[in-house]
Design a protein around this ligand. Structure first.
Ligand code: NAD
Length: 519
C-alpha cells in the first residue's frame, strides 16, 4: 500500500469560512436531537445491556443527559479480556497493510463527519468550537500517522550483515492491551492510544472516561463501519476504580496504555507490577500523567505576544489541558507591565455555553472539578494577590471566571499542584537564571514555553528547561502530531512521545530471526 506523506489535518476556520460555520451550526442541531440515547457495552460481537447504567451529562446544562450507558463490572471486564485474547489470534496475524488500511478508512469516516464529532464534544465536555475542532483533527492525525508508522515498522529493518547468515528483525504485537483515556481530549487521546494499539496488531479493551463515554462510542462505531473485526476493540464503560482495577490486574493483560492523573497513573503502575497467578510476562505500562506547566516571560520580549500566548495556554478549554500554562514566571523588570496587559486581556474573555460560537471559555467538566478549583482559588487568595476572576459565573452549568493570582511564591501550593482549571499563578523572577530555576522546581515536566528575543537565553533554556515539550515564543499547548511528539518527564509520565516515531515501538516487541545459510 502506498500512502502520501503524512500531513496534519487542516483546522476549520469558523470566523473566516461561512461554510464551516454553517456546517458546525447544523451539526450542533442534529446532535442535539440525539442527546439522551442509550449505549451498550460491546464485547466481541455482542452488544450487552446491563441492569445498572449511568449518565453522561452536559456540563453547560447540568440536567441535560448526553448519553445513558450500560455499566461494566468485574465479570464483564474479565469477559472482555477473554474475547480480546481470542481476537488476538487472528488479528495479530492480519497483514500490517490491512491493519493500516483500517485506520485510514476510519480517518476518512471521521473526516466526513468532523463537525458532528466536534458537536458531541461541545455537549459532552463543554469544548468551545475551535477546541473541539482541533481535538477531532488530532484524532484524524493519529489514525493517519500511525497507519504510516506501522508500514514503516513492517518494512525491512536495517541490521548489520553477518557473513553466512540471513537475518532480519521484525516487530510483532504484544497481546491484549487495556486502554484508559481521560475525558479532556475525549477524542484525540482515546483514538491515539486505541489506533496505535490495533495497528500494531494488538487487541484492546477500551474503558472510556465516565465523563465522556459518548465520544468514545462514536469512535467505536466508526471503527466498526471501517470494517474492524469483532473483538479487536471491546468497548467497556464503567467505574475506573472497580472495572479499571480488574482490567489492569488481569493475568492475560499484556500492557496498559493510560493517560490521566498522576494519582491514578501511579496506582495503575503499582498494580500492573504485581505478578498474578498464571501471568507469564512483565506488563508494560505506558502512562502519561499530569502537568504544572510554566511560561517564562523574559525582560527582552514583545509583551503583547507573551500575553497572547499565556492567555491562550492558560484559559483555552478552561485550563483543563495537561499542557495548560498554570504558571507565568515573569522577569521583575516587566512584571507590572505584563500583569496590567494580562488583566485587560483576561477580563475580555467570554465565558458561557460553548454552543454559542463566540464563547471562548465553557464550563469545567463537573461539579467535583468545580469544587476542587474553587478550593484552589481560596488557597491562592491567601498565598498571593487576586488580579482577576476568582469566582463562579452563574448559569445552569459549572462555570468559573478566568482567574489570575499574582505574587505567588515558588513553593506555594498554587505553584506546585496541578489545579486543572482556569487558574493562572503569576510568579516574579529576579532574572532569567532565577526564572529557569523556578520553572524546574516542580515534580512534573510536561510542557513549557519561553518568550525572549535573546538567542543566548533560548540556547540556555533549550538545554536546561526540563520538560518533554518545550516551545519558544509561542503558546505551550497545541502540540501537532508528527511535528511535536508529545509526552513528559518526571511525574508527568513515561514520556511516550505520542505522535512521534518512537510511539509504536511501545506497542510492539522486536523479534530477531537468524538463519544460517547452507554452504
Ligand atoms: P483520571 O486519572 O481521574 O482518570 C483517567 C482515566 O482513568 C479515566 O478513564 C478513569 O475512569 C480511569 N480510572 C480512574 N481510576 C482508575 C483505576 N483505579 N484503574 C484504572 N483506571 C482508572 O484523569 P482525568 O480527570 O480523566 O484527566 C485529567 C488528568 O489527565 C490530568 O491530570 C491531566 O494532566 C492528565 N492528562 C495528561 C495528558 C498527558 O498527555 N500527559 C493528557 C491529557 C490529560
Amino acid at each position: 500500500m502506498q500512502l502520501a506523506s503524512f500531513r496534519n489535518e487542516p483546522l476549520s476556520d469558523f470566523k473566516g469560512n461561512p461554510e464551516h460555520f454553517r456546517r458546525m451550526q447544523e451539526a450542533l442541531q442534529e446532535v442535539k436531537k440525539e442527546l439522551g440515547a442509550k449505549y451498550p457495552v460491546v464485547i466481541g460481537s455482542e452488544r450487552i445491556e446491563t441492569k445498572e447504567s449511568f449518565h453522561s451529562y452536559n456540563p453547560s446544562e447540568k440536567d441535560q443527559v448526553v448519553g445513558t450507558f450500560s455499566k461494566g463490572d468485574a465479570g464483564l471486564a474479565a469477559l472482555a479480556i477473554e474475547k480480546a485474547e481470542k481476537a488476538f489470534d487472528s488479528w495479530s496475524r492480519t497483514p500490517a497493510e490491512t491493519r493500516a488500511k483500517l485506520l485510514v478508512t476510519t480517518a476518512k469516516i471521521i473526516r466526513d463527519r468532523k463537525f458532528h464529532f466536534a458537536a458531541w464534544m461541545v455537549y459532552e465536555v463543554g469544548k468551545a468550537w475551535a477546541e473541539a475542532d482541533a481535538d477531532v483533527a488530532e484524532a484524524i492525525d493519529f489514525c493517519e500517522f500511525y497507519a504510516r508508522e506501522m508500514l514503516r515498522l513492517a518494512d525491512r529493518q536495517p541490521i548489520t550483515p553477518v557473513p553466512g547468515e540471513r537475518n532480519r528483525l521484525v516487530y510483532i504485537p504484544l497481546g491484549v492491551g487495556v486502554v484508559i483515556p481521560p475525558w479532556n481530549f475525549p477524542m484525540a487521546i482515546l483514538v491515539g492510544m486505541t489506533a496505535a494499539s490495533i495497528v500494531a496488531g494488538n487487541t484492546v479493551v477500551l474503558k472510556p472516561s465516565s465523563d465522556s463515554p459518548t465520544i468514545g462510542y462514536k469512535f467505536f462505531e466508526a471503527l466498526e463501519e471501517a470494517g474492524m473485526p469483532a473483538g479487536v476493540v471491546n468497548f467497556l464503560p464503567g467505574p475506573g476504580s472497580s472495572v479499571g482495577d480488574v482490567l489492569v490486574a488481569h493475568p492475560r493483560t499484556r500492557y496498559i496504555a493510560f493517560t490521566g492523573s498522576k494519582e491514578v497513573g501511579l496506582h495503575i503502575n503499582e498494580l500492573a507490577a504485581k505478578h498474578q497467578p498464571g501471568q507469564i510476562w512483565i506488563k508494560r505500562v505506558i502512562a502519561e500523567m499530569g502537568g504544572k506547566d510554566s511560561i517564562i516571560v523574559d525582560s527582552e520580549t514583545d509583551l503583547e505576544s507573551a500575553v497572547d500566548g499565556v492567555t491562550a495556554s492558560a484559559f483555552g478549554f478552561q485550563g483543563q489541558k495537561c499542557s495548560a500554562c498554570s504558571r507565568a514566571i515573569v522577569d521583575e523588570k516587566v512584571y507590572e507591565a505584563f500583569l496590567e496587559k494580562l488583566k485587560e486581556r483576561v477580563e475580555g474573555i467570554k465565558v458561557g455555553d460553548p454552543v454559542e460560537p463566540e464563547t471562548y471559555m465553557g464550563p469545567v467538566v463537573n461539579a467535583r472539578a468545580k469544587e476542587s478549583i474553587l478550593q484552589y482559588i481560596k488557597i491562592g487568595k491567601d498565598e498571593g494577590r487576586l488580579v482577576s476572576g476568582g469566582k463562579e459565573v452563574s448559569g445552569p452549568g459549572d462555570f468559573i471566571a478566568p482567574t489570575v493570582i499574582a505574587d505567588v511564591p515558588p513553593e506555594a501550593r498554587l505553584s506546585q499542584e496541578e489545579i486543572f482549571g482556569p487558574v493562572l499563578a503569576v510568579l516574579k523572577a529576579t532574572d532569567f537564571e532565577d526564572a529557569l530555576r523556578i520553572a524546574n522546581n516542580t515534580e512534573y515536566g510536561l510542557t513549557g514555553a519561553v518568550y525572549t528575543k535573546n538567542r543566548a537565553k533560548i540556547e540556555k533554556a533549550a538545554e536546561r528547561f526540563h520538560v518533554g515539550n518545550l516551545y519558544f515564543n509561542r503558546k505551550c499547548t497545541g502540540a501537532l502530531v508528527g511535528g511535536h511528539p508529545f509526552g513528559g518527564f518526571n511525574m508527568s509520565g513515561t514520556d511516550s512521545k505520542a505522535g512521534g516515531r518512537d510511539y509504536l515501538l511501545l506497542f510492539t516487541q522486536a523479534k530477531s530471526v537468524s538463519e544460517k545459510q547452507s554452504t
